[in-house]
Design a protein around this ligand. Structure first.
Ligand SMILES: Cc1cc2nc3c(=O)[nH]c(=O)nc-3n(C[C@H](O)[C@H](O)[C@H](O)COP(=O)(O)OP(=O)(O)OC[C@H]3O[C@@H](n4cnc5c(N)ncnc54)[C@H](O)[C@@H]3O)c2cc1C
Length: 457
């Protein structure tokens, strides 16, 4: 029987293992260096609070996480974000200011919604109006090559929109710097809109005009009542225990006599197929002796995150909405804050509150060595400086996610195309995880299931 090794037990590796287990008739081993599966996906249940330590849901538009949740018997557990009060605030010197209604990231669906907004100066509003009026020019000038997110947003909307919402929106998802991030890899939809319509505002308006009238749009985010950790728990329950090696770090891989050799402290084992679902920097190091070029192509910057969830025993007023972004230069160490119980239902018991502070990049690196209590205290102080005095939390949960958000730099798609062709030339090799074709749970699930199916085929 064909033997498969899966390296890394994050959502990508666990999904691949689950898919192999349910298809049956294959022998596989999942190697995970830590004592638990799920990687960045982790939910803590405590005193009636549901605390997401990593992802708190997924983008509804992408169907693959929902489909898997349904197959895992979690259909009744699916929850929609509370979009009736969906608002995101931006920290400004004058306090929190709501993003105008109807924005898709940094693109408004109508100029009218911007008029009363206090977020943007007259200059930025004029830049938005200019973008809509310059559709033909923008279409004619659409670059044929990849460019940075910063350059793309600057061409359309100018520096204020980039600094106030473009940069903080992307930093929280893709880690790193808008000056480096590839627009084609992380905002492919907007690039296609530019090609077709020139103006992104015009493109969104055209899309809305053809959307079926009267249908209530689905919520923007989908989650699980028991947290995203339920996906992992359900899958793990269906993966035979003897196929999983926890606390087992893979130290090297090699190719010998047509087999893949996986080395751990316990020795070497041979496999027919190898699914590398380790973080890109680990994958890169493992691949170096096999293929220096593959190692080069998987070398990418990755930024760290630190999250601190603060649970409160009492209710207090917060601005209605999902939370806020803290742009660089506003004096906060936070990248973002989530009003968790206002974003998803059932995250906190009735009359109680749950907040989550998100530190990214440099702040996360700086804080990571500190003890949990100090990080929680700092998170509380930073939150208070933005939303006002808060009660003392009844408890807090802190997690460090080092190098967890890989940066898709300019040229990423071309590098991945080359990587794909090199991988395809190595029989039995697959690369999974968030370094290559998307960082969100739906993308990772789609790819992992497809790879497992291909292994069996
Ligand atoms: C704070 C935060 C919030 C996020 N929020 C969202 C969200 O709301 N929605 C969304 O869709 N996405 C979100 N993401 C992104 C998403 O969570 C990640 O992209 C995804 O979970 C990564 O999964 P993975 O399997 O690729 O990698 P990981 O989860 O990093 O798993 C890799 C695993 O490999 C193991 N490993 C490493 N080295 C070795 C080795 N040598 N041998 C064996 N095992 C090894 C690690 O221990 C780890 O368990 C968020 C990410 C972060 C950090």
């Amino acid at each position: 029987m064909k033997r498969t090794a899966i390296l890394g037990g994050g959502i990508a590796g666990v999904t691949a293992a689950w898919q192999l287990a349910r298809r049956g008739n294959t022998d596989f081993t999942l190697f995970e260096s830590r004592g638990r599966l799920g990687g960045t996906v982790e939910t803590v249940q405590r005193d009636g609070f549901t605390i997401e330590c990593g992802p708190d849901g997924w983008v509804t538009e992408k169907p693959w996480a929902r489909a898997m949740a349904e197959e895992l018997g979690l259909a009744d557990e699916l929850i929609a974000s509370k979009d009736e009060t969906r608002k995101t605030y931006v920290m400004t010197p004058g306090g929190l200011v709501a993003m105008p209604d109807g924005m898709r990231m940094m693109v408004p669906t109508s100029l009218a919604s911007l008029e009363s907004s206090e977020l943007f100066t007259a200059d930025a509003k004029a830049a938005y109006a200019r973008e809509l009026a310059s559709a033909e020019v923008l279409k004619a000038a659409a670059p044929s090559e990849d460019e940075s997110v910063a350059s793309f947003v600057l061409r359309h909307f100018g520096p204020e929109v980039l600094a106030k919402i473009g940069a903080p929106l992307l930093n929280g998802v893709f880690g790193g710097d808008v000056e480096t991030l590839s627009v084609r890899a992380v905002m492919a939809g907007f690039v296609a809109m530019e090609r077709e319509h020139g103006s992104l505002i015009a493109a969104l308006q055209a899309k809305l005009a053809v959307a079926p009238a009267g249908r209530r749009p689905a919520s923007i985010f989908t989650g699980l009542r028991g947290g995203t950790g339920a996906l992992v728990d359900r899958m793990v329950a269906e993966i035979p225990g003897e196929n999983v090696r926890l606390n087992t770090q893979v130290t090297a891989i090699s190719r010998r006599d047509g087999a893949w050799i996986v080395a751990t402290a316990a020795g070497e084992e041979a496999f027919d197929a190898l699914l590398l679902a380790t973080p890109a920097h680990v994958t890169s190091a493992l691949l170096r002796p096999v293929s220096p070029r593959m190692a080069e192509l998987t070398t990418m910057e990755a930024s760290s995150a630190v999250v601190a969830a603060l649970a409160f025993d009492e209710h207090f007023e917060l601005p209605p909405g999902f939370g806020f972004l803290a742009p660089a230069g506003q004096g906060s160490q936070l990248l973002a804050g989530t009003f968790v119980d206002q974003k998803f239902p059932d995250r906190a018991p009735e009359g109680k509150r749950l907040l989550r502070a998100f530190f990214g990049s440099a702040a996360a690196e700086r804080l990571a060595p500190l003890p949990d209590e100090e990080i929680a205290e700092l998170a509380l102080a930073e939150m208070e400086s933005i939303v006002g005095k808060l009660p003392v939390p009844v408890f807090s949960v802190v997690r460090r996610w080092p190098k967890s958000l890989p940066q898709y730099a300019v040229g990423h798609l071309e590098r991945m195309a080359e990587l794909d062709s090199l991988v395809a030339a190595e029989p039995g090799l697959w690369l999974l995880g968030n370094g290559y074709r998307g960082v969100g749970l739906p993308d990772l699930i789609r790819d992992a299931r497809a790879a497992a199916d291909a292994v069996i085929a």
